[in-house]
Design a protein around this ligand. Structure first.
Ligand SMILES: Cc1cc2nc3c(=O)[nH]c(=O)nc-3n(C[C@H](O)[C@H](O)[C@H](O)COP(=O)(O)OP(=O)(O)OC[C@H]3O[C@@H](n4cnc5c(N)ncnc54)[C@H](O)[C@@H]3O)c2cc1C
Length: 318
């Protein structure tokens, strides 16, 4: 084995596939695998939400956008290409991430709720994590990658010429990173009434709202509760999410759509994504790739490319 990747969420799986594709022999170890990771909970549409710093996030997000569009024609990947509509309640400057998408534009009046001040439209891939994460794992294993269910306590004691740390919020204990913090997110899954666009409202004073159709179901979000680690869904929160989302889609009554499930996950919040190489006492290198906040899917391919470059530099193969 050349490289050992820790973590079986979207970051770890994408790094494992990327490293393997670049010719390395790779193993992936994780305490939890799909469907039990935070990545499985994600609504998983492309949107750089609660991830810093902008100058690095922009590049990672742009790379991932291109890669997701390329994966979409593969029927097994579970990636769809949607139009996303961001609703504005008051004037706002062009967002810092606009250059990461190829077709950022003003939304037309027909795409917006009647009460909206204005809006933006852009192409946003959506990864259905029920299919996408198993797809990544199958891709990795088909090419010879090894996956092991294994909790890790000490990164320095691991085998491998190089190690990649994609442990998400688990890095709080695995590397004693006290700057990581949970950002609780709750979602409501309802039957998809036949929507074709993602709709986002970041400015609702009651909290963020988004509607993400996935074909058989539609993901309604959300919340961003900093420091809250409660994994049990709250009924009152679910009702509030549905109420906010109803106002975004006039043509269908999302309140009447049959409810399928409630979901909760803890986003790995951090002042900045940690993507850097660290030298161990024995001379080997660990590349850290965690703290992606609300954008782990959005940044996954761009981060994985940078991780692979750092690994290759450490192995003297760059
Ligand atoms: C409600 C909600 C909605 C979201 N929506 C979106 C969205 O639309 N778009 C988007 O881009 N992002 C979204 N996100 C954010 C996204 O889910 C995260 O940024 C992403 O899942 C982080 O992925 P990760 O692989 O780094 O971590 P995780 O998915 O948490 O995976 C961490 C892995 O590390 C393993 N691990 C941890 N500690 C150890 C240890 N000691 N030993 C071994 N293994 C260990 C875990 O078992 C797991 O396999 C959302 C999140 C939530 C909660």
């Amino acid at each position: 084995m050349d490289v050992l990747v820790i973590g079986g969420g979207v970051s770890g799986l994408t790094c494992a596939v990327t490293l393997q594709t670049r010719g390395h022999r790779v193993e992936l170890w994780a305490e939890q695998l799909s469907p039990a990771t935070t990545s499985n909970v994600a609504a998983a549409f492309w949107y750089p939400y609660k991830a810093e710093p902008p100058e690095r996030v922009l590049g990672w997000a742009a790379t991932s956008h291109t890669r997701f569009l390329a994966l979409a024609p593969d029927a097994d990947a579970g990636v769809r290409v949607r139009t996303a509509i961001e609703v504005l309640r008051s004037p706002r400057p062009r967002p810092w991430w606009a250059d990461a998408v190829p077709d950022f534009r003003d939304a037309s009046a027909a795409q917006l709720p009647a009460w909206a001040h204005a809006g933006w439209a852009f192409t946003a891939p959506v990864a259905d994590t029920r299919r996408y994460l198993p797809f990544l794992r199958a891709w990795f294993e088909r090419e010879g990658g090894v996956v092991r269910t294994q909790r890790v306590e000490d990164l320095a004691a691991l085998p491998g010429a190089a190690i990649v740390n994609c442990s998400g919020l688990g890095a709080r204990t695995l590397c004693g990173d006290a700057t990581l913090f949970p950002i609780r997110g709750q979602l409501v899954h309802v039957q998809d009434p036949g929507l074709d666009a993602i709709v986002i409202d970041e400015d609702d004073p009651r909290g963020i709202a988004y509607v993400v159709p996935r074909g058989d179901d539609c993901v309604l979000g959300g919340t961003a509760e900093v420091g809250d680690e409660e994994l049990a869904p709250r009924e009152a929160t679910a009702d509030a999410i549905v109420a906010r989302c109803r106002g975004l889609v006039a043509a269908h009554d999302l309140g009447a759509a049959p409810r399928r499930a409630l979901a909760v996950g803890l986003r790995p919040g951090r002042a900045a994504v940690r993507l850097e190489a660290e030298r161990l006492a024995d001379g080997r290198t660990i590349v850290h790739d965690y703290g992606h906040g609300g954008a782990g899917v959005t940044l996954s391919w761009g981060c994985a490319d940078e991780v692979a470059t750092l690994v290759e530099r450490a192995l003297g193969r760059a």
